[in-house]
Design a protein around this ligand. Structure first.
Ligand SMILES: N[C@@H](CCC(=O)N[C@@H](CS)C(=O)NCC(=O)O)C(=O)O
Length: 211
């Protein structure tokens, strides 16, 4: 049995897929396609992902991209603890939370706030303060909505679900920004959620190596 996850350690979406693999106890190889140096658009990666994004996933010749498709497949195709609630309403809530992270959280938190505060200076550029502020406003809204939907100590009750795994990598980067750390601390349920998630062996094992 061979499982390969194509994506760099610093990618939030790739980390979510790795978190699912780690939580299920599935051995895998990480092929670190470096999207920051254009490797996502090299022919070998475009053959795996037509848009040149990460992650892409392979299991014994079965190819897949789109992170939610990957995490669902990993949960359903491998033994180990279930990462999706059985109850239809809880499962719908989980899918809704994954969609919120994808559609509203990632762009504001990673695409604008973290990118301007952390990545642009690393690349020798000057951050766009207006874009960072826009990102923080979007982050505040996403965090408030996510917290209002929480129904237990974790996002979907007290059992780990894919929703937690989709949010962790984004919150890791949010905490590295000035306003983001304050915004998280101002939301006690989510701040407590982060403390729990941050201690999980899978989260520790997939920590991004920055710099
Ligand atoms: N809808 C995709 C989004 C993946 C995505 O945006 N990945 C980012 C890295 S975290 C990426 O590949 N960015 C490079 C690019 O857009 O060229 C998914 O769910 O997998």
């Amino acid at each position: 049995m061979t499982v390969t996850l194509h994506g760099p350690n610093y990618s939030t979406y790739a980390r979510t897929a790795r978190l699912a693999l780690e939580e299920k106890g599935v051995p895998y190889t990480l092929n670190e396609v470096d999207i920051l140096t254009g490797k996502g658009h090299a022919p070998d990666h475009l053959a795996r992902h037509p848009w040149g994004k990460v992650p892409a996933f392979e299991h014994d010749g079965f190819l897949l991209f789109e992170t939610l498709a990957i995490t669902r497949y990993v949960d359903e195709a491998f033994p180990g603890p279930a990462l999706q609630p059985a109850d239809p309403r809880a499962r719908a809530r989980m899918t809704q939370l994954c969609g919120i992270v994808d559609s509203y959280g990632y762009g504001a938190i990673v695409g604008k706030l973290f990118w301007q505060e952390a990545v642009v200076p690393l690349q020798g550029g000057t951050p766009d303060a207006a874009l960072a502020a826009e990102g923080l406003t979007g982050a505040e809204q996403a965090l408030s909505v996510i917290e209002s939907l929480m129904e237990g100590g974790l996002l979907c009750g007290d059992a780990l679900s894919l929703a937690d795994l989709h949010l962790v990598p984004v919150v890791e980067y949010l905490r590295m920004t000035k306003g983001g750390a304050v915004a998280l601390a101002a939301r006690p349920k989510l701040a407590a959620w982060w403390e729990k998630m941050n201690a999980r062996p899978a989260v520790v094992a997939t920590r991004p190596r920055l710099g």
